[in-house]
Design a protein around this ligand. Structure first.
Ligand code: IVH
Length: 702
């Protein structure tokens, strides 16, 4: 590269060219650093770029345009959007993959509501837009806050960015509720996506993989003027907090949003039977290619909002809606190799290494093979020509082998008898005690002695739904782990001190890819996470069968880490103590056993102790703790007349109660309808409070 001219020697034309080059380069590095957590140059080199840009602008002030990096990033280099806790969680949707699943969904809704086959129940059907959801909070008609979905509970504050989208009004009028949170999907049309990628290519920037990624990348720009330059669109289809009702039905509420100035999808219809819903689905599927934007299915929603209210939600998805997905897209390619990946729980997963092929607009070079039985069942051999399919974000799968194309030298896959890790620990397939069958998954028996498992645990520990430490992602964990600086979770929290004391050689700020600023930011992000909520913490531990949902249930049931730990330690001992865990609705035998095993392992207790020395685990918020049944364990028995069993159960849970299926010393209340038998007898013997259905409703306030 030729030597750079002194800024003082640049002509006006040269300065403009140079300014353009510097601005582009700085933005590329900003993106790498802030959005991908992967800086490509040292902080010093980055600072030099900025200084030169400023020097050029000092000589030619007309170049300091609104969108110059000198104006836009300077003050906000934390690279983080503020956090927004959603007033009402942003839910996801359950999936239906065929007509039968849809019929089941409708049936479930009917059963839950206690409707007979003749009672009418209407649903809306509308395209499922493949973008990213956003929530827009209007107070007295003024847009005051816009956020991404994030993990559903907490999103990012992207108000300035959302305000640049044409279809999002800054002010709405016409008797709207004082508080109105409009929710919908931000997306990019095919035409705008193609134009954006053309531009990216021209200026030497990476292209976006698909319209959804382009929409997400464009919305999450630190600099809102960049978002403004991207053609994003928004469809309103739902709402969050509301101070007053929008309408009585889903359909009318969405029409109302349309009247307020939001774009709403023109293909939404209302029907009251499964056949019509399915017909709508097929109609939308036919139109799919001509819509001009990506959709990945059709969403059905119960129309009556009072029904929606009664149906409520189960874990992260409403009972009143479902996404009917389009079938996955397929392509044919060659299987070049089979690689083994070792997961967090030691599972050895065979991964297909494919000749890269485009499926539904995305280049695919890996596919999951699940396990060795699956490979044998499908008789998949290295060298085969295979049909792969990809649905949405799901990892592509091999659906079929084209045997007629099999070359003579195709190689059969041999399961590994030892882990590919340096320890070469033996692998085994466990017997599932409950089913008495051999587990399909082969595992490394090294547990946390296996460096692969250790590393995966750490990655899980810092992942988004767990500690979620800005600047400490998969890549950084890999590097710190390889260098021996982070071997267990607690090491993350001593990293700054060890670096300050000179225990890291070379010091972190002198390493490739790091600099004073990025190190400072990383340590600040780690500090910020020294206090963590109980649910996140439990999820972060990576106990088998204790994922995000179970962690949340446990946090809610025990409130504090100490209370949970005491129960878990007890559960690792005798059988009696397991009941306290099993009494939590949604926590089954498998999770209970896994928790017991985890807490019986001295090595785990040691890791926990190290962590407890470093962090503070906040008590979980007690849900609806003002309700009279919060924290109580309830059992329903006999037939209920005012509500279905499912509905009664859901209602009790929403009031903070635990619902159990069996009566024990831990039961607080037995709600007994007509026909109650052995449970009522047992409750009476144990002196458990027994209520009729009416008394129960009186207790919980109707
Ligand atoms: S309703 C409480 N309607 O799909 C129900 N979601 O897989 C909230 N999505 O997170 C969602 N189009 O981002 C709904 N017409 C539509 C949708 C839609 C796309 C997305 C949304 C949601 C995800 C769930």
């Amino acid at each position: 590269m030729s030597a750079l001219k002194d800024v003082e020697d640049l002509s006006a034309d040269e300065a403009a060219t140079e300014h353009d080059r510097l601005a582009r380069e700085i933005r590329t590095h900003d993106r790498a650093y802030y959005q991908h957590d992967a800086p490509k140059i040292s902080d010093a080199a980055y600072d030099a770029l900025r200084q030169r840009l400023e020097a050029v602008e000092a000589r030619f002030p007309e170049l300091a345009t609104e969108d110059s990096p000198s104006r836009t990033v300077g003050a906000a280099p934390s690279g983080k959007f503020g956090e927004v806790r959603h007033a009402r969680p942003m839910l996801s949707l359950g999936n239906a993959f065929n007509d039968e699943d849809v019929a089941d969904f409708v049936q479930r809704v009917r059963r839950f509501l206690g409707l007979s086959d003749d009672d009418p129940v209407a649903f809306t059907a509308e395209p499922k837009i493949d973008g990213l959801s956003a929530s827009l909070r209007y107070e007295k008609g003024v847009l005051v806050l816009g956020a991404t979905r994030g993990d559903g509970e907490t999103g990012e504050n992207v108000t300035a960015n959302l305000k640049t989208i044409e279809g999002i009004p800054h002010r709405i009028e016409g008797g709207v509720p004082d508080v109105l949170e409009v929710r919908g999907e931000v997306y990019m049309s095919h035409a705008d996506f193609a134009a954006l990628n053309d531009r990216q290519r021209e200026i030497g920037k990476p292209e976006y993989k698909n319209p959804r990624n382009a929409a997400a990348g464009s919305l999450r720009q630190i600099d809102a003027t960049v978002t403004a330059s991207r053609a994003l669109k928004f469809f309103a289809y739902a709402w969050g907090e509301l101070s007053g009702p929008l309408a009585d039905t889903q359909y009318d509420a969405v029409q109302r949003l349309g009247a307020l100035g939001f774009d709403i999808n023109p293909d939404m219809v209302r029907s009251d039977n499964v056949d019509d819903l399915l017909e709508t689905y097929r109609g939308i599927e036919k139109k799919r290619a001509d819509l001009g934007y990506d959709i990945d299915g059709v969403v059905y929603k119960v129309d009556r909002l009072d029904f929606q209210e009664r149906l409520g939600q189960v874990s992260r998805a409403p009972r009143w809606a479902i996404a009917h997905k389009f079938p996955a897209e397929r392509a044919t390619t060659r299987l070049n190799d089979i690689e083994i990946q070792v997961g967090r729980t030691g599972a050895l997963t065979p991964v297909a290494k494919l000749e890269p092929v485009t499926v539904g607009g995305v280049v695919v070079s890996n596919a999951t093979l699940h396990n060795e039985d699956e490979i044998a069942r499908k008789d998949i051999r290295i060298g085969d020509t295979v049909v792969i399919q990809r649905a949405g974000d799901v990892i592509p799968q091999i659906v079929e082998v084209l045997k007629e194309k099999r070359p003579a030298d195709a190689v059969r896959f041999e399961p590994l008898s030892v882990c590919p890790c340096p320890l070469k620990t033996p692998t085994a397939r466990e017997m599932n005690e409950r089913t008495g069958k051999m587990d399909a998954v082969r595992r490394c028996t090294g547990e946390l002695a296996c460096p692969f498992q250790k590393k995966e645990h750490l990655k899980h520990f810092v992942s988004r739904q767990a500690f979620d430490i800005e600047g400490l992602g998969t890549k950084q964990i890999e590097a710190f782990f390889e260098d021996g600086e982070i071997g267990e979770p607690a090491d993350i929290f001593t990293l700054a001190a060890r670096n300050a004391e000179g225990q890291l050689t070379p010091p972190l700020q002198e390493r490739e890819g790091w600099g004073e600023t990025s190190v400072r930011n990383l340590f600040a992000a780690i500090e910020e996470r020294r206090t963590i909520g109980l649910a996140r913490f439990l999820n972060a531990l990576g106990i088998r069968h204790v994922g995000e949902g179970t962690a949340r249930l446990l946090a809610r049931a025990y409130s504090s880490w100490d209370a949970f730990k005491a129960a878990a330690m007890a559960a690792s001992g005798d059988g009696e103590a397991r009941d306290s865990l099993l009494a939590i609705d949604g926590v089954g035998e498998t999770a209970t056993d896994a928790i017991g095993r985890y807490f019986a392992e001295p090595h785990n207790l040691e890791l926990l102790q190290h962590l407890e020395d470093q962090i503070t685990i906040e008590d979980a918020e007690v849900v609806a703790n003002d309700s009279r049944v919060a924290g109580k364990t309830i059992v329903f028995t006999g037939s209920l007349e005012r509500m279905t069993r499912d509905e009664a159960k859901a209602r009790a849970q929403s009031l903070g109660a635990k619902v159990s299926g069996s009566v024990s010393g831990k039961t607080d209340i037995l709600v007994a309808g007509p026909g109650a038998g052995s449970k009522l007898k047992k409750a009476t013997e144990l002196g458990v409070q027994t209520l009729s259905e009416d008394e129960w409703f009186e207790l919980i306030g109707g």
